[in-house]
Design a protein. Sequence first.
Lengths: 547, 858
Amino acid sequence: MNGPLIVQSDKTLLLEVDHEQADDCRRAIAPFAELERAPEHIHTYRVTPLGLWNARAAGHDAEQVVDALVQYSRYPVPHALLVDIAETMDRYGRLTLSKHPAHGLVLTTTDRPVLEEVLRSKRIIPLVGARIDQDTVAVHPSERGQIKQVLLKLGWPAEDLAGYVDGEAHPIELSEDGWALRPYQKQAVENFWHGGSGVVVLPCGAGKTLVGAGSMAQAKATTLILVTNTVSARQWKHELVKRTSLTEDEIGEYSGTRKEIRPVTIATYQVLTTKRKGIYPHLELFDSRDWGLIVYDEVHLLPAPVFKFTADLQARRRLGLTATLVREDGRESDVFSLIGPKRFDAPWKEIEAQGYIAPADCVEVRVNLTDSERLSYATAETEEKYRFCATTDTKRKVTEALVRRFEGQQILVIGQYIDQLDELGEHLGAPVIKGETSNLQREKLFDAFREGEINVLVVSKVANFSIDLPEATVAIQVSGTFGSRQEEAQRLGRVLRPKADGHQAHFYSVVARDTIDQDFAAHRQRFLAEQGYAYRIVDADELLAES
Amino acid sequence: MTPEERSRKEAAGKGVAAPRSLAESLRARDDASLSALLRARPDLITPVPTDLTQLATRAATRASVVRALERLDRFALQTAEALAVAADPASYDELLGLMAGDGGAEADPVVAESLPRALAVLREQALAWGPDDRLRLVRTARELLAPSPQHPSPTGLGPSAAEAASGMSPGRIQEILTATGLPTTHDAVSAVASLTALFTDRARMAALLATAPAESLEVLSRLVWGPPYGQVTADPAPRLRWLLDRGLLLPTAPGTVVLPREVALHLRSGRAHRHTEPLPPALATAATHRPQMVDATAAGQAYTTLATVEELLKDWDEGGPSVLRAGGLSVRDLKRTAVALDVPEPQAAFWVELAYAAGLLASDGEVDERYAATPAYDEWRELPAAERWSRLATAWLAATRTPGLVGGRDAKDRVLSALGPGLDRSAAPEVRHRVLTLLAGLPEGASPTPDSVLARLRWERPLRGAQPAADDLRGRLAEWTLSEAELLGLTGRGALSAHGRALLGETPEHAPAAEPAGPGDKLPVHHRHHPPALREPLTAAERAAAASRAARLLAPLLPEPLDHVLLQADLTAVAPGPLERPLADMLGVLADVESKGGATVYRFTPASVRRALDAGRSATDLHAFLAAHSRTPVPQPLTYLIDDVARRHGHLRVGAASAYVRCDDDTVLNEILADKRSASLRLRRLAPTVLAAGADPATLLEGLRALGFAPAAESAEGDVLITRAHAHRTGPRTAPEPVPEGPPVPDATLLTAALRAIRAGDLASTTPRKPGPAPASDGDLPRTTSAETLATVQAAVLTGSALWIGYVNAEGTASQRVIAPLRVEGGFVTAYDHTADEVRTYPLHRVTGVAELADDQL
């Protein structure tokens, strides 16, 4: 017994990365355990009921899971834990959702008491129809997602055998001229297609758009793509035209400004969730065509109303794409139950090791507040405190010093507060992109930055997602949305696109010492730290002294 | 010589006359056989009987027989039950017939083979005696086991024809004889005998039943395996009538009939029991694991046991939870402990009780009673891991406390709490030992199904009568034993581990690894003696030896403590195994534990680092400590974190002072400090112009004045306090109520009423009375008008004098009484009746009249 795996009593699995069997072990436990943290030496996986059921859905049985644990475990695995795993997995598949030739969608059971138990639940009653026989009950077809979600919460996950509609066929091919899908992208597409629906988690800059394109080429059907904003929609369109057989005319944009419905339609979450007179007028988009595939970009941002619509779309294939499936609202499990289980997940450092994303040097710069600032900070109202310490003057000095240090490289300065950004823009002589900047102006500035005409760009959180700035090598974060982990990850993602010269990327987070800015920063960094990005901490004084 | 051989010898007689009583049979037994009896029934020698007659008497007492019967295994009990329905005395062959059916040994060879053992057990325990041709069950046992309407026998047999027919009229019995085609006899006794002879004659019975209508046979088949009683109407249906006429059903009470025992036995072809269970049910093997795997799993769990107990007591180190008034741990504290240990509550109760049983924790006995670790805990901690485990496991084996009961309710519906009273079950150690011995009987690595273990235990100690399953304490104890043994690491994956085996005192030489499972294992079972008394209990020395052998076996399986951790940049440290104690202690202070199990994950936070600094470590110490114990370079964020916390640590200083002296002129303060007389004020310089004092402000003022200064007191706002005579006040109080010496002075109303009453009484006593009739002279009752009667009685109440009354009771009998009225109300007078010498109540309307007594008449 000298395996690489240690099973903890809280059902986490610790994997020693440097162990010779680590790779085999990782492959053995990946189907059922969720990678939670991936720092340098020991990775933490977690065994959850959801993970075990997904493993069952993917065709693994309890024995395989138990074998994997026992085989690789360094210490004896507690019997109780094995029994628990077997019992949990046994709960899957007692209920099945299937198509009945006469009654449509039905819920059947192999274990009658289970059906009796769930039918007694108040949340199930409105979702089911007539009892067909002792083991079968009809389910309203529109409640397929709902009932799956509720059953999951009740601990009796249903196996969904009702299948998918193919949707309206539309020829889509990847045009792989001079490029090809990377191995992990192929793997992701394959896993997704095999599973039917689900979420693919890839680091920022690892080419999630191509996974989307690859899946479309598999589906060869009309596709609805949901993205976060218009800029992102344009980039999707641009990328699809470039990478697939689709032409400009086949791709429609459904946003605040344009309302095109074409075989491939890219819509923004914002337009879908616009509410007029208590109704969502743009929801009919979901029914406007017989979509064969629905792609949710940045699925971690999926707004609550879209969750609800998604529940009604269970018969269509759904692909969720994200870099960071952490939601500060804790609704990750809703993403899994409505869009589908995680089908592919690659640790950031692994993709980095393969050279597909640039290595990054993450530095937290601690600035000291001046004495007078400290006094004002101490007396500031609670809700003003973060703003106060996040926008301290000292940060400007540090930012200027950093910009000077990386003179000539493409530098992004990212922040939360507009007046702080305006001031920085003024001092650095750089343009500022913020909410009020028009889309036209934004694209112009991005192009200029891309072309190297501008070296420094100051952006607010409007640029958090899906803007493609290939040559940015340095990002300086001066303030953020409190403790948002995924924002931090997305911002780091701005500099992770591989550099033409194999350059290292730099990510600086400027933080005011001994304030809540520091606490928020610690929380923000947690996701990346768990992905193995080690932040160095330097004092602003040292940094200023150096330059 | 086995008891079987002994009993055979006893049966053979060998020239000795067959014993005529239990005492005689005991007398004929040798010492070994008697000591076997006394070992099986230890209640017989408390106190030691004077002679064998007394021993025999005591062995036949109801309490002792019940106790002995309850300890029989199922087959021995079935044998006893069969003996109870057999003739008294019965021969061995009759008994065999009852047990194996009409065919005897050929019909059921297994029973035939097992019967001598069962009979030997009954004989050894002095429940049965007599030679094979005259077997007798002890009378008390017979009474307990023989069927009666109140206590139906598990055999399902009814009373014999003779018993059932005892209440019938002789004429009716003769009618039955005629109906069955038997010749009539002269008397009822011989008639019943002739009927019984028919019933027990298989051939004639078969002929009789062949003539029976099919419906009647169907009735019989319903009653044959019991209960043997049935209801009939006053006018029975023909199918019943046919049976009643022939005595195949006999009436017991109006409307009730019974199937006579002989008829039932005929229909059962002689079997007393529907199912005999001559062999103990074999343990079903659920799975067989590799012994190494079992040992490793058990060792892992053994290690968890140690970690959990240590964690529990560490959690309680600075004062554990309070002891409830009734003793024990409150439900809330148990919950909290369960959360702290991250286990379900029943498991938490188990760990707490385990530590208690091992003497590692106890109540501290203070006024505010709390649980705390005992000094034995500190000694225990110093032992090697394997020995620590064997201490716990030995304590568990012998403990009568049963944590499984925690959370349940006792007979008085009080909740049973962990560590509280009412958890002792004397059967627990025996059941534990028995269950583990059963596991030890399986081949190495085999784990039995819990149901088969329970079935085996039930066979060894069947439940008497129809006890509800919930009361099956032994069954529950066995279930708890299985789960607790797994928790403790005695078993791994349900199979007994090597160290568990050693702990039971099993040495490799006599580990019966070869005992095959399944029905093929007849030989070992047969030749083994009565199963529960399988082996003599271990002596203290043997137990100690077993424990140390177990510890030796376990030691190499326990993980070696590590001296290093892996530090990671996300501010965690992972100890990939158990840590050496000093290292674990230090890390426990410096970082928070995030997850436990085979490894321990620690997280460094500013608060945890501060805790280490508070504990007296410097930042340099911490850096050195991490560098020394980390396999990997210390990550920069961690170094930074420690420095950052250390930078601020102690920046603010807090201390206690009860007064201060401030003065703008620091030379004055220098002067005060320099003065030796100020030493008692415990002054300390905080700043050039401020002194802190240990003395309170008043003493400080006095002291400084004595030094010749003129200090002024200062308020919290810094104003000079004007000294005035201090007026001390209480909170709001009410003035005390006066406590008068006598009763309060009556008010006018009361006075008037009292006066009126006094006057009325006075009037009554002084008004000249009509001369009443001379009392007693002629026996006439006194006669007065009702108004007079009332007034006189009321007056007598006031004066307390006695009266002579005439009284007519409810039956109209007149009497004269002398009474001292106590109370008149609602038309009744309550009075002390001198005639009857007690207090009685008389309705006034029955009092014919009253007269005062002459003083000399009392």
